[in-house]
Each structure stands twice: as structure tokens, then as C-alpha cells.
Design a protein around this ligand. Structure first.
Ligand code: GDP
Length: 306
């Protein structure tokens, strides 16, 4: 995902090797190169601006003495700022004091929500939890079937308004109320003593008012402990607009970056946490249910600067 950005930053740092104290002009030239590398990686302009201003300020104020040479010092500063824009600390899932923990998934169609539902369920199951998946995406005819397939692969039960293992033609007859299904799904989890319930909601190809209202209504009905906004890391500059629309419309608690295995430029990953002020909690890195990891800002920064 970050190969090109990594290469650009590495070659910028290489130019500083073997140098003595850096002048203000050296620092400005370096910061300019970092700015170009970030913009070319599709990082949102305001994030680039904040990032480069912070790097410049810290580089100018950095102590010359010490074990690090100027090049290493700049790497250290860039690393610290990368960790910062990626959200700082690792943020783990907030479990409810009284089960079930209710997790709602939101995002555009195709973002990777259904896949993520299966991944999260599998990971939680492996940690000893007893998740229930709830199919509240009644927008697409085969979404319920798709979630049922994912649930089966993860080995967890699914609550759906219709048996999910029927043909798509049958599934098309689903009519239902996603808010009601979500509420019933959470009630089912409580009744059957599932300690986590994951509610998959509908997405659209673009942000629209009906979708937002539906997601907001579901949120109001089930008062989730976590609302995870799933975003395709390949969508580039659109990531910021989409994330802001969901932040305003649904008010999520955390971000999941999906398709981080892709070879896009990665700007979404580097912009979303900073722009929305919400932590990136998980990364989805493939189509298989095991291709999923907790997102660690520090490890991601090291990977970029490797
Ligand atoms: P939804 O519409 O938000 O529920 O999205 P889906 O979960 O159906 O995912 C849309 C497509 O992206 C499917 O073909 C998934 O297999 C694929 N997908 C989901 N997550 C990932 C990922 O992390 N990496 C890759 N390469 N593909 C993914």
C-alpha cells in the first residue's frame, strides 16, 4: 500500500546522510520533499499542511547534540508525526460492562463491511467470545445471503429477517425494516446470551441522505458501544469527504481501513484519523477472514519508514 510513499521518504532521508548540522534552508528543502511525497500519496491537503508544519517546527527546534545525526533526527521526527496523524495510541474495542457489547458497522457499499463482520466475529470467537451477526442490510437483495455465508465461514450464528441460505431469487423477496431487524437482533443476542452482537448495515455507492438517516436511526435504536466506519483505503481523496459525511451523519467511534493489501497510494489511511479525530482500530488486508489485524499507529509508521 505504501511502497511509493516509503521509497520517496527514504530517498529524502538518504540525501541528509553524512550531513552536519542542518540549516533552515536544508530543513525547508526536506520538508518540501516530504510535502510532495504525501500529496502524491493522496494524503488530504489539510493533513499534509499540519504534518509538514509540525515536522518543520520540530526539526528547527531539535537539539543537535546527542546520539542521533541530523538525518536520524529527521527520521525520528517524521516517525513521531506519522504516529500522531495515524491516531497515536492503539485503541482496542470497548466492551460493554453488561453484555452484549453492541457493534454497528457503517460505510459505503463495497467498502468491506460484510467481510469485516465475518473477520471481527472470527477474531472475537477465537478470543472466547460468543458473537452473533445481525443482517440489517436489507438494501441489496443478496446482502443477507452474503452475511450468512460469511457467518458460516466464521462459524458464528446469524440473525436475519430471512433464512440466509436460500437462493438470491428468494432473498429478493425480503422486505423489512432495518431498524426493527437491528433491534430484534440485539434482543436475540441478549436472550441467547451472546456477549457480542455485530450489526451489518446497508451502504450505498455514494453518500446519500436516506442511507445516513437509516444508519442514524439504527444507531438510536440499538445504542451501540462501538460504531465502526469501514472505509476502502483505495478510494484516495474521496476518503475524507466520505469519512466526514459519516462522522456527521452517524458519528462513528472508530475507523476500519479495508483493502490495505491493495497497491493504491494509501492517502486514505493517512488522512482519515486526523480529519475525523477518530481512531483507526482495525485493518483489513485481504478477502480471507483471517486477513485482519488490530491497527497499531506506531507499527504502521515504522512500516512506512522502513
Ligand atoms: P460491503 O458492501 O461493505 O459489505 O463490502 P463487502 O464486504 O461485500 O466487500 C466488497 C468486496 O471487497 C468483496 O469482493 C470482498 O471480498 C472485498 N474485500 C473486502 N475486504 C477486503 C480486503 O481487505 N482486501 C481485499 N483485497 N478485498 C476485500
Amino acid at each position: 500500500m505504501f511502497n511509493s510513499l516509503s521509497d520517496r521518504l527514504t530517498s529524502t532521508f538518504k540525501n541528509l546522510r553524512g550531513r552536519g548540522r542542518l540549516s533552515e534552508a536544508d530543513i525547508d528543502a526536506t520538508v518540501r520533499e516530504i510535502r510532495r511525497a504525501l500529496l502524491d500519496a493522496d494524503v488530504a491537503v489539510p493533513v499534509v499542511r499540519q504534518f509538514t508544519a509540525a515536522v518543520r517546527e520540530r526539526a528547527l527546534g531539535a537539539e543537535v547534540s546527542g546520539a542521533l545525526n541530523p538525518a536520524q533526527q529527521v527520521v525520528k521526527i517524521v516517525n513521531a508525526e506519522l504516529v500522531e496523524i495515524l491516531g497515536g495510541q492503539t485503541r482496542s474495542l470497548q466492551l460493554a460492562k453488561t453484555p452484549p457489547t453492541v457493534i454497528m458497522l457503517a460505510g459505503l457499499q463495497g467498502a468491506g463491511k460484510t467481510t469485516l463482520a465475518g473477520k471481527l466475529a472470527l477474531a472475537l470467537k477465537e478470543q472466547g467470545h460468543t458473537p452473533l451477526l445481525v443482517a440489517a442490510d436489507l438494501q441489496r437483495p443478496n446482502a443477507v445471503t452474503q452475511l450468512s455465508v460469511v457467518a458460516e465461514r466464521a462459524g458464528v450464528p446469524v440473525f436475519a429477517p430471512h433464512p440466509g441460505n436460500t437462493s438470491d431469487a428468494d432473498a429478493e423477496t425480503i422486505i423489512g425494516d432495518p431498524v426493527g431487524v437491528s433491534r430484534d437482533g440485539v434482543a436475540e443476542a441478549r436472550a441467547k446470551q451472546h456477549d457480542v452482537v455485530i450489526v451489518d448495515t446497508a451502504g450505498r455507492l455514494g453518500v446519500d441522505q436516506v442511507l445516513m438517516q437509516q444508519a442514524a436511526d439504527i444507531r438510536a435504536a440499538i445504542t451501540p458501544d462501538e460504531v465502526l466506519f469501514v472505509i476502502d483505503a483505495m478510494i484516495g481523496q474521496d476518503a475524507v469527504t466520505t469519512a466526514n459525511a459519516f462522522a456527521e451523519g452517524v458519528d462513528f467511534t472508530g475507523v476500519v481501513l479495508s483493502k490495505l493489501d491493495g497497491d493504491a497510494r494509501g492517502g486514505a489511511a493517512l488522512s482519515v484519523a486526523k480529519v475525523t479525530g477518530k481512531p483507526i482500530m482495525f485493518a483489513s488486508t485481504g478477502e480471507k477472514l483471517t486477513e485482519f489485524e488490530v491497527f497499531h499507529p506506531d507499527r504502521m509508521a515504522s512500516r512506512i519508514l522502513d
